[in-house]
Design a protein around this ligand. Structure first.
Ligand code: SAM
Length: 303
């Protein structure tokens, strides 16, 4: 007889209600997708009043914060700061990114958010000291930039607040220095680091004794539990990473197909277009196979 706790109906129902298993409503293009389950859980545990994100781009992480607040009927404000012009790591992009984000946010989260199109340093004066409960730092990823962002915004975070730093686990790109900065600061505060999806550092601003009961588990794990928490969130997050990559490839394919369909048959560009389209389709198919394999693997592990 199967004695797995997963045959317990009550437990399954509970599992379905867990915030970390909610499906994100917006996934456009982000390495952050794998951290959304943790973001959902963190927001529920913190009930923050004031959230600030440095580096919004298409808004995948920003919208995850908004979704979690709405799901929990929390009354809070989420501020997003970005030039919406790009940086040395993601390159330059056009105004369509912000336009698309605004349209989406207005349809889903009107009144809950404020976007500030400016440099992070210029936005500092908008926020009083100790006014932010949750700060997410995800701008430029050089050591110098992340150190500046952390140090200039630290005073704006309330005692008992939480700071997230993305890309703590990128070691192989020459000018990424978040991991270096993380090594310098993480021992000075209660902290935890996820390693998947480029890494996410979580810092609690305050003494261990001040950590609220809903967050204590995260900062009091023994080494075996650290591994377990990291791998569990990685497994849950991976599905979203694949979904986000699949969706983005499919969008690319549809765009190329549209251009291709509009080309005159004898156009000399048509041949190149077809090649490009086929390559994208191949990448899409490969990704789909990977995704299905991953799903099968996950099913096997949970059997
Ligand atoms: C990695 S992306 C943010 C990704 C986003 N958090 C997500 O998960 O989807 C970084 C963004 O930070 C912005 N950025 C970088 N440095 C900045 C600065 N000093 N001031 C304002 N925006 C900045 C860039 O324009 C870019 O859109």
């Amino acid at each position: 007889m199967n004695t797995s706790p997963l045959t317990d109906k009550a437990l399954l129902t509970q599992l379905g209600r867990m915030p970390l298993l909610s499906i994100p409503k917006r996934l456009v293009m982000s390495d952050w997708a794998g951290h959304i389950p943790f973001a959902f859980m963190l927001i529920e545990a913190m009930n923050p009043q004031n959230i600030v994100e440095l580096g919004v781009y298409y808004g995948d992480s920003f919208c995850a914060f908004c979704q979690a607040l709405k799901q929990n009927s929390f009354n809070a404000k989420v501020h997003g700061i970005d030039t919406w012009k790009g940086d040395i790591h993601i390159g330059e992009y056009g105004p369509e990114v912000l336009e698309d984000l605004k349209k989406y946010l207005d349809s889903e989260y009107q009144g809950m958010y404020e976007l500030h199109q400016m440099r992070f340093d210029d936005a500092l004066e908008k926020f009083p000291q100790k006014s932010i409960d949750l700060l997410h730092i995800d701008g430029e990823h050089t050591y110098k930039a992340v150190k500046n962002d952390f140090e200039s915004w630290f005073g704006k975070v309330a005692d008992g607040g939480v700071i997230l730093l993305h890309d703590t686990n990128v070691f192989d790109k020459s000018d990424y220095g978040v991991y270096k900065y993380w090594n310098e600061i993480s021992l000075s505060y209660p902290s935890f680091r996820f390693n998947h999806s480029n890494g996410l550092g979580v810092v609690f601003k305050g003494e261990k004794a001040a950590i609220p009961p809903s967050l204590q588990w995260l900062f009091a794990l023994d080494p075996a539990e650290v591994d377990l928490v990291r791998s569990s969130f990685q497994v849950i997050g991976n599905g979203l990473v694949y979904k986000s990559k699949l969706d983005s490839l499919y969008r690319e394919y549809k765009e190329i197909k549209k251009i291709n369909d509009n080309l005159v048959v004898k156009d000399k560009n048509k041949y190149e277009m077809i090649i490009k389209m086929r390559r994208t389709l191949d990448r899409y198919k490969k990704m789909e196979t990977d995704f299905l394999n991953l799903e099968a693997q996950m099913r096997k592990t949970s059997e």
